[in-house]
Design a protein around this ligand. Structure first.
Ligand SMILES: *Cc1c(COP(=O)(O)O)cnc(C)c1O
Length: 243
């Protein structure tokens, strides 16, 4: 935000996964001029498809209302601020229907419970995986002091000697399906077309190749988590790059 201020830029904060998280005491999504939350079914608090735009810069409120109201100033008309409403600029109909909104309302009411339950799973993985970190085969997530996370995901960063594909194949045989994320944007076709990079970004590429996300959802129980970690422990020796 300091850099943006210096260069008179506006910031859109992608806080898609950040509901119920804070940075230095501030809720994610409340930091940029605009913030975006996702309520997609893969997130912590969901409505199937859906999301929210947080308008943190008051100068942008009216424009946001127009964009949402199909490009018209209908919101101002409803407040009695204009005597008729007309088309102002591009927009669309970004509103959720009642059923989606009702579903989301129930999820938001339970947001603290959902987060707390996910946190229990997160903390248990963190405890169970500590010995593997000590052995040097993986690194666990680091959470800086000034950040409060929401247990959206638990990932491990495999050490370079562990072959991720071999590990994945081995875990699949035990019906455990971790996933990896994300393909670095700069290496994607659109990233190459629209983006610009400075240097080789070899740290990004290296981390992306070593990252593994473990299953995490509110219904996961401690026995299942212990089996997952046991399976990882047993699979690691056979997943060494040299073997
Ligand atoms: C999920 C996600 C999105 C997309 O959210 P949708 O609700 O599917 O549009 C964007 N950015 C990040 C970082 C995400 O995790």
């Amino acid at each position: 935000m300091t850099i943006a201020d210096q260069h008179h830029l506006k910031v859109v904060e992608d806080a898609a996964q950040g509901v119920m998280s804070t940075y230095k005491g501030r809720s994610l999504g409340s930091i940029g001029d605009l913030g975006a939350y996702s309520f997609h079914e893969t997130k912590n608090v969901i409505s199937g498809e859906g999301g929210a735009l947080l308008v943190n810069n008051e100068d942008m409120t009216q424009r946001a209302e127009i964009v949402r109201e199909k490009g018209t100033d209908r919101s101002r008309f409803f407040r009695g601020e204009v005597d008729k409403y007309t088309w102002q600029e591009p927009g669309s109909s970004f509103l959720p229907g009642e059923l989606t909104a009702a579903f989301l309302w129930a999820q938001l009411e339970e947001a603290e419970t959902i987060t707390a339950r996910r946190m229990v799973c997160w903390d248990l993985y963190h405890e169970l995986l500590a010995p593997l970190e000590k052995m040097g085969v993986l690194r666990r997530p680091l959470i800086p002091e000034h950040c409060q996370h929401n247990a959206h995901m638990y990932y491990i960063l495999l050490s370079p000697e562990v072959n991720r594909q071999k590990l994945l194949d081995n875990l699949k045989q035990h019906q455990i399906f971790p996933v990896f994320h994300y393909v670095p944007l700069h290496s994607s076709p659109a990233g190459q077309h629209y983006g610009r990079t400075h240097g080789t970004l070899k740290v990004t590429v290296g981390h992306a190749e070593r990252l593994l996300r473990l299953p995490l959802w509110i219904g996961l129980n401690a026995n299942q988590q212990e089996s997952i970690v046991d399976a990882i422990v047993r699979a690691i020796p056979a997943s060494r790059s040299s073997s």
